[in-house]
Design a protein around this ligand. Sequence first.
Ligand code: C2O
Ligand code: CU
Ligand code: CU
Length: 431
Amino acid sequence: SVVDGVRTFDLTAQSGTSEFLPGVETPTWGFDGPYLGPTLRAERGERVAVRVTNELDEATSVHWHGMHLPPAMDGGPHQPVAPGQTWEPTWEIDQPAATLWYHPHPHGATEEHVYRGLAGLFLLDDDASRAAVLPSEYGVDDVPVVVQDKVFDDAGRLELQHDGGEPGTLGDTVMTNGTVGAYHEVTTERVRLRLLNGSTARTYAFGFADRPFDLVATDGGLLDAPVRLDEVRLAPGERAEIVVALEPGEVTRLRSADPDLGGIAASFAMGGNDAFDVLELRAGEDLAPSPAPSWGRSRHADDGELRAEDAATVRSFELAEREINGERMDMGRVDEVVTVGDTEVWEVRNAHPVPHSFHVHDVQFRILTVDGREPPPQLAGPKDTVYLEPHRTYRLLMRFEDYTDAEVPYMYHCHMLLHEDEGMMGQFLVV
Ligand code: C2O
Ligand code: CU
Ligand code: CU
């Protein structure tokens, strides 16, 4: 609701049970319900205020993944919400339309909190997204697709596997929006799917066996133009918006098959040869017309282009084992200090033979190069999280704007959540 011009939301973290498997009650956590949370939505230029209440027995937090906002509102490990307490962040939406999400970020326990079900989408709209030719009726032809893999034990409880396996728990059951065997009844010639890899460890390659699709947006918003693809790889935390066309009466399946994890010898042990159906699309006999996606300029006049020649600083980050630059996360240590307004290049290297993903709070970055070469089109748009193939170096261009705080840091980390919890995270101040 909107109160005095401020868009307000209430979110309550709570425990409950969910029937994922027929006749089995699985203990789960959710926001405002037993599993996952409501899709929040706001406009560029709006002020939002959220009342986050914690009804769990332990502290949690709620981080606004992909959002440009002050560090004290970010919901990271420095903004815990104790049991029974309410936290009330507020900020102004000042970034392009995008599919963002929210999830807990408590120090050392993020994997468990997300795995039990605490996550939701946060959609942003702006003039460009409203003017774009894109399917946009939420739940009808604009459909959230939150993908998570799970392991159930014999009693139907969600199980995390901490047996030293990489890259963390790989589930044998895939759920979409909290449903095993999900389907959607299609009533239009095209559907837009807002894909979120909400898994804790697994990387997917989403596509259809029988048709290509148009990639229209990545983590931080619309691409310059749609890109026709057969599959899009998403690591934990990454998003993509795709538009797919169906004929009357057709049935097709969004799936993930044999993700290319990037030259890993034992990639089968990391999910590199797994295949899952994610969402069945069932088209009706009468489909409403739906034109091919198109839009003009997706950028706002005051967004300014990110230009590599403006980068005054290059910082290097090397990821290996559970460390970044040889250090594990320390809540009391500031790793980097950035000057507000600066454009920087972050050169991120996966120096380890297993998958990692790299996420930076507060900004959307552009990938300049992957091992010195131009990135593929699916990595050319606005991003806040990127899958790091083993032994490759990614140059990321970003600018830190508006918000300074001499005490409260933002985070950067691996978004494989076991890795994050075990210390693959660092902190930066913007001053
Ligand atoms: Cu999606 Cu620091 O997190
Ligand atoms: Cu984040
Ligand atoms: Cu990692």
